[in-house]
Write a protein that binds this ligand. Sequence first.
Ligand SMILES: Nc1nc2c(c(=O)[nH]1)N[C@@H](CN(C=O)c1ccc(C(=O)N[C@@H](CCC(=O)O)C(=O)O)cc1)CN2
Length: 313
Amino acid sequence: MSSTTPTAVAVPTSRTVPLTSAGATAGAGTADLGRLLVRCQDQPGIVAAVSTFLTAAGANVVSLAQHSTAPEGGTFFQRTEFHLPALPAALPDLHARFAEQVAAPFQMDFTLTDAAHHQRVALMVSRTDHCAMDLLWRTRRGELPMTVAMVISNHPDLAEEVRSFGVPFVHVPATRDNRAQAEARVLELLAGNVDLVVLARYMQIITPAFLERVGCPLINIHHSFLPAFIGAGPYAKAKQRGVKLIGATAHYVTAELDEGPIIEQDVVRVGHQHDTPDLVRLGADVERAVLSRAVRWHVEDRVLRHEGTTVVL
Ligand SMILES: Nc1nc2c(c(=O)[nH]1)N[C@@H](CN(C=O)c1ccc(C(=O)N[C@@H](CCC(=O)O)C(=O)O)cc1)CN2
């Protein structure tokens, strides 16, 4: 063997070592895990100021994601997860000191939360069950770190299914003609007792007055790939148009119907061979996946609003 021939070297069998097993949620539990969301005008020193503050408070940053809309004059967004022993007791003082020492100088909007605190969520439904039942099922399985506080519906159809999850079901008849009274009753039920309302195929238009008084964000699942087919009956419109993709869109609810900031979307291929009931069936799977992702990202404090859009970190 010539001297130039390299000596054979035993090479360990290469194999892919998964960082997390498929389907498992990466990372440990949420004990003493804090979440800090900030939004401000982009400028030098933000990441350093946040990290220095947390380090000085005895916290260990375990994940950090940020985005700037432009390096100069843009808007800066950051989501930081940190571990801090005895976080629940420390949170009020940490919040006050962050507000004074970091948020004020950088003119930040911010939220500082305990990841172990599950948001209380109200679902609003009509007759279609798959989205609401999917959220209840995923919550029961522990996939969604939240508590479904109640289900409110303008029809009685889903009462038994919902109550089988041990969740209160309240029937509030609502139509175009009794909208003000129905919304007043819903506001009483919510009464500052929930952190989020999810319209899980709720088929009534929400008035601007309700949105002003409800005191928490609303997420809607629209059964089309917005901005296509806004309003009622999108699958029939899709069939009529002969589209080759149908989809679903989860968005925050605003006074403008189906125009709110989009959180998540997805699509599925369809063809000439599918009639409208086929589109409804195929679309339902997409709706469930899209809505559950959007709700999970929201309750995990991953979604920030920006000029009619969202930044999801
Ligand atoms: N202010 C808003 N309200 C609602 C939104 C929204 O984005 N902003 N999304 C809708 C959901 N939706 C489609 O996803 C939708 C539901 C219902 C209608 C509609 O025309 N409803 C009629 C009554 C229909 C009936 O009684 O069966 C109505 O309310 O007059 C359009 C779009 C939920 N609300």
